[in-house]
Design a protein around this ligand. Structure first.
Ligand code: FES
Length: 174
């Protein structure tokens, strides 16, 4: 027994050492896999629901309503002028244009090509994207020139007691 005792610890040490080394390698690999899976999970979590929301919006299936939001007083916007605002969130930059005495239109103004801000050029009667000369019809939000292929998302507006409100982002027609 005593003789063996001299050897066993050494072998055990060696054995343990090897196991530890193997475990370390496995842990490394597992750690790496976990990171990968974690990253993939995060990606899925961050992209899927929004993808679904976007798909719903595009397909016109979303019923999401936002609280109405004041854009401006009617008196503060002359016919032919535009006002910048944000709707429904502060990050959704938008444009209200007064096309006539009683005609107000509003669109989210991130260009549907590469998201440059589109602005209203009164003299030309068009919404223009400066990045690649994209143009949009102010009456419909439809692209009329340049690379954009999709219309600007329209924001439904309502005038109540001399105040213009944003009501909702209109669904795309399927
Ligand atoms: S980003 Fe608007 S035309 Fe390209």
């Amino acid at each position: 027994m005593m003789e063996n005792n001299n050897k066993i610890p050494f072998e055990e040490d060696n054995y343990t050492h090897n196991i530890n080394r193997n475990n370390e390698r496995m842990l490394d690999r597992r750690g790496f896999m976990k990171t990968l899976v974690g990253a993939a999970g995060l990606f899925a979590v961050s992209s899927l629901p929004w993808g679904a929301v976007a798909a719903k919006e595009l397909l016109g299936l979303s019923n999401k309503e936002y609280p109405k939001m004041k854009i401006a007083d009617v008196n503060a916007v002359a016919v032919g002028d535009s006002v910048k605002f944000a709707f429904p969130s502060e990050h959704d930059s938008a444009l209200l244009i007064r096309l006539g005495e009683n005609k107000f239109v509003a669109y989210q103004n991130a260009c549907t090509h590469l998201r440059c801000p589109v602005f209203w050029v009164k003299e030309e009667g068009e919404m223009i994207c400066p990045c690649h000369h994209g143009k949009f019809d102010a009456n419909t939000g439809a692209p009329t020139a340049g690379p954009p292929r999709r219309p600007l998302p329209e924001i439904q507006v309502k005038v109540e007691n001399g105040v213009i409100y944003a009501i909702r982002v209109k669904r795309y027609e399927a």
